[in-house]
Design a protein around this ligand. Structure first.
Ligand SMILES: NC(=O)c1ccc[n+]([C@@H]2O[C@H](COP(=O)([O-])OP(=O)(O)OC[C@H]3O[C@@H](n4cnc5c(N)ncnc54)[C@H](OP(=O)(O)O)[C@@H]3O)[C@@H](O)[C@H]2O)c1
Length: 254
């Protein structure tokens, strides 16, 4: 990770779960991490905790479903910190409704955060890299096993799985366009099965115990396992591009 020491990584959804673990590990490796999320109090607490580490954590409050806020965040990163070298598109969400019970408002929100924000943050990061003459930048996307397969009967994941299937296609699209432009910027995805985080708890805000019980009774990866995979993806030599890591807990059955 020596190559990345002192360079800037944007991590979306850094206030909790996988994004928080990725941010902590990248700061330990000496990176300057801009962590964004809506909950600024949690981001500031992480900033305080990481003050003694090798790199630093810079919190920026940003609701990724609001495009103006995304543009403003990138402007701030450019003017105050010189621009993005690595973009970790981590933030994602789901609603508990099945497809047949879902509403357009829920679908729009999931599309805004899981798909539109990923594309916008990717484009703006690549623009930063171009502006500062960086051709070894890296885009990492948190996809899901649900972006590669269909789980029969998991009704609450049907729309979410649709957004992650889009992420699978878009990741290939970005790679293709970057190669057409002879860019060396790399694009990698990580597609986990169940991970111990706030995700399933938040998905059922009216019954958080249901999510907690699921995490206690099913084999799941730790958020730190995913952070280690991000570091692995970033530290392979520049001629090596890891396309996608499909990963689940050793004991996870499906
Ligand atoms: N956990 C799993 O089992 C699992 C499995 C496969 C893939 N994934 C993927 O992994 C990624 C991370 O998930 P996680 O498990 O870490 O989820 P999590 O614990 O629920 O954390 C989600 C993070 O995203 C942020 N976020 C959500 N909506 C946002 C918005 N509108 N604007 C800005 N930030 C927003 C949250 O912060 P604020 O609330 O403060 O905004 C939080 O920091 C997601 O893309 C998810 O689809 C998770």
């Amino acid at each position: 990770m020596d190559r990345w020491r002192g360079r800037l990584a944007l991590v979306t959804g850094a206030s909790e779960g996988i994004g928080e673990a990725i941010s902590r590990l990248l700061v330990k490796h000496g990176m300057k991490v801009v962590g964004c999320a809506r909950n600024s109090r949690k981001l500031e607490a992480i900033e305080d905790e990481l003050k003694a580490e090798g790199g630093c954590f810079i919190p920026i409050q940003c609701d990724l479903s609001e495009r103006d806020q995304i543009y403003a965040m990138f402007e701030k990163i450019k003017t105050e910190h010189g621009g993005v070298d690595v973009c970790i598109n981590n933030a994602g969400m789901a609603f508990p409704s099945s497809l047949l019970d879902g509403t357009p408002e829920e679908w729009q929100k999931a599309l805004d955060v899981n798909v539109i924000a990923v594309c916008l943050c990717t484009n703006l990061s690549i623009q930063h890299m171009k502006d500062k003459g960086v051709d070894d930048g890296h885009i990492v996307v948190l996809n899901s096993l649900g972006g590669h397969r269909f789980i029969q009967g998991a009704n609450h994941l049907h729309f979410y799985g649709g957004t992650k299937h889009m992420v699978t296609a878009l990741t290939e699209g970005y790679r293709d366009e970057l190669r057409q432009r002879k860019s060396k910027i790399r694009v990698s995805a990580i597609s986990p099965g169940l991970v111990e985080s706030e995700f399933v708890v938040r998905m059922n805000p009216e019954d958080p115990e249901k999510g907690r019980k699921l995490l206690q009774t099913r084999p799941c990866l730790k958020r730190e396992d995913i952070a280690e995979l991000v570091v692995m993806v970033l530290q392979v030599p520049p001629n090596v591009q890891i396309h996608d890591i499909l990963v689940r807990d050793t004991d996870q059955v499906m």
